[in-house]
Design a protein around this ligand. Structure first.
Ligand code: UDP
Length: 444
């Protein structure tokens, strides 16, 4: 029996590359052939991780259209550059691969992530099937897909995407009520909104919208949209260690020296930046806990506008500050007691799979909806609230950490949710069945 050949095309940030790499590894275990497109810039940044995976996955590179010194944390600039410069290159790349690989092994299906709808258009013109692997929650994808309805019902403005008035809505059955000001595009500006309207339209060329989630975590999305297919949780194999920064694994030995459920883990993912004042308050808050903490402070680079100055009086002796963490291993380490998180979807899925209670600190985009799921639906965490100056104070941090560490119900629910979620990836689990359905579809 022949196996499908997937060309996998992530938007070039870690939060997309990682889930697509994990998904690719899962597909290889089912005998599928994978060609993975990476930008030349990221190929250099992730060389070690990529070299590690070359026996399983065939990597191909294209330029992102930017100059080496351009600021790649400027997402609108990256999105525009990809859309303007990559389609014709991708078209040629696919044709070249198909000639080289011959009839038996032509690309049968493209799998893209958010912001890459244009790639499905390229595939469509070449008669190749497509699918989306959405790296965030199904609910956030449903919110983008609901934009025309929200405009029609005058809930948001058609030009800016901003709410026409203050109100709460429920996007899906069984999903939390949400303030329309927290719709994922509201914090990202008008141009991003307009881009997403277009992108979501192109993504409809993908017959499946695969999500790294489960039907228990977000039941409403799968009851309403036929093309949504939960295939989560995507798990990291030992071989995948992809990151732009060097992982500091010394923290695992450090964690080994701590008793079970004693360490507070703090990380805000790969994009969010903490303002100087807030950074100081967080540092003082962690000191105040009088508990061990493991805090990820990403190394600042030339493009980083935020330099981290530790406040006078910060001792930090109970904690360990590292530049980049082996996060999944950390979230599965028995010493971890709770996770102070920016509520990025990958971090949440990883925390759920570790059975860890959350302290939610959302910054932008879908992180507010994700927080609502944690606090209001699954009830496996609590939110950190800002004070009248818009700062999460050191007192708030201490109060909420103590609250969550003393809450046995939250701990019990976190463990239950872990079990329910992991069951999906077992052989007879729903996500495993969905994955098989997807592979069979790609092969036909
Ligand atoms: N991550 C990591 N080490 C860190 C911080 C984050 O490996 O020190 C990984 C984390 O495991 C997750 C990804 O980076 O897979 C972050 O994705 P997420 O969706 O949580 O947030 P984003 O970075 O997209 O805002």
């Amino acid at each position: 029996m022949s196996h499908p050949h997937f060309l996998v095309i992530p938007y070039p940030i870690l939060g997309h590359i990682n889930p697509l790499l994990q998904f690719s590894q899962v597909l290889t275990k089912h005998g599928c052939k994978i060609t993975f497109l990476i930008t030349e810039f990221n190929q250099k940044r992730m060389k070690n991780a990529i070299d590690h995976l070359r026996t399983q996955i065939n990597f191909v590179e294209l330029s992102d259209g930017l100059d080496p010194e351009d600021d790649r944390s400027d997402q609108p600039k990256v999105i525009l550059s990809l859309r303007n410069t990559m389609p014709s290159k991708l078209h040629n790349l696919i044709q070249n691969i198909n000639v080289l690989d011959g009839d038996d092994s032509k690309i049968t299906c493209l799998v893209v992530s958010k912001n890459m709808g244009w790639a499905l258009e390229v595939g469509h013109k070449l008669g190749i099937k497509g699918a989306l692997l959405w790296p965030a929650s199904a609910t956030s994808l449903a919110s983008f897909d609901s934009i025309p309805t929200l405009i029609h019902e005058r809930i948001i403005d058609s030009e800016t995407g901003l709410p026409t008035r203050k109100q709460e809505i429920q996007l899906l059955p069984n999903s939390p009520m949400m303030d329309t000001a927290n719709l994922p595009w509201c914090s990202l500006g008008k141009n991003f909104f307009l881009h997403m309207v277009e992108d979501t339209q192109s993504l409809k060329l993908g017959e499946w919208w695969l999500c790294n989630t489960t039907s228990e975590l977000e039941p409403g999305a799968f009851a309403k949209w036929a093309r949504f297919l939960p295939i989560g949780p995507l798990m990291q194999s030992d071989r995948s260690k992809s990151s732009f920064w060097r992982e500091d694994t010394s923290c695992l030995d450090w964690l080994d020296q701590h008793p079970p459920q004693s360490v507070v883990y703090v990380s805000f993912g790969s994009l969010a930046t903490v303002e100087a004042n807030q950074f100081k308050e967080l540092a003082l808050g962690l000191d105040l806990l009088n508990k061990p903490f493991l805090w990820v402070v990403r190394p600042s680079n030339d493009n980083d506008r935020h330099n981290h100055a530790y406040p006078d009086g910060f001792i930090g002796s109970k904690g360990k500050v590292i530049g980049w963490a082996p996060q999944k291993k950390i979230l599965n380490h028995p010493a971890i007691a709770c996770f102070i998180t920016h509520c990025g979807w990958n971090s949440i899925i990883e925390g759920v799979c570790g059975g860890i209670p959350f302290l939610c600190w959302p910054f932008f985009s879908d992180q507010f909806i994700n927080k609502s799921y944690i606090c209001d639906v699954w009830k496996v965490g609590v939110g950190l609230e800002k004070d009248e100056n818009g700062v999460i104070s050191k007192g708030e941090i201490r109060k909420k950490v103590e609250q969550i560490l003393g809450n046995e119900d939250i701990k019990a629910r976190s463990l239950k949710l872990k079990e329910l979620t992991l069951n999906n990836s077992a052989e007879a689990g729903q996500s495993s069945k969905n994955l098989q359905k997807f592979i069979n579809w790609a092969n036909n």
